[in-house]
Design a protein around this ligand. Structure first.
Ligand code: DQA
Length: 146
């Protein structure tokens, strides 16, 4: 089973960026958590972070017919990234939307997710533990389909 983990804009700054909101762990730490969770369940995991929406769109296109699941923390693209929404609509595997914080408990503009309507499900608000939970949910959802 193949899982693609995607990280959107500014997530490369995790560890330094607003640690009161996002914690002190780095993106590398979260990728290690996700990779370890995948390996424990017999899956492989690739990761891409980009600050450009087009790179993430291309990665979703590349996952078509290749990956079984996408776990994506789209960063702020969550709230307005319609081309990412459309790309994810064209991916027929499992999609898990992931957020460290709980956007619904923050500013009103974060309450809209354009990714949620095309996701299989969402893992939000569990901090770094969300990376393990999201991978476990993705694997379970893929297995439930087969
Ligand atoms: C985030 C939440 C988004 O609203 C924000 O723009 C981010 C991080 C999270 O993981 O909590 O960049 O996706």
């Amino acid at each position: 089973m193949k899982i693609l983990l995607l990280s959107g804009p500014n997530l490369n700054l995790l560890g330094e960026r607003e640690p009161d909101v996002y914690g002190t762990a780095t993106l590398d730490d979260h990728v290690a958590t996700a990779t370890s969770a995948a390996q424990t369940l017999g899956a492989t995991l690739d990761h891409l972070q980009s600050n450009a929406e087009g790179d993430l769109v291309e990665a979703v296109h590349g996952a078509r017919g290749d990956a079984d699941a996408i776990v994506i923390n789209p960063g702020a693209l969550t709230h307005y990234g319609w081309s990412l929404h459309d790309a994810l609509s064209a991916f027929d595997g499992v999609i898990v939307e992931l957020h460290l914080s709980n956007p619904n408990a923050r500013e009103p503009w974060r309450h809209v997710s354009v990714v949620a309507p095309v996701a299989t499900g969402s893992v939000i608000g569990f901090g770094g533990d969300g990376y393990r939970i999201a991978v476990e949910a993705a694997v379970a959802a893929v297995e439930a389909r087969s």
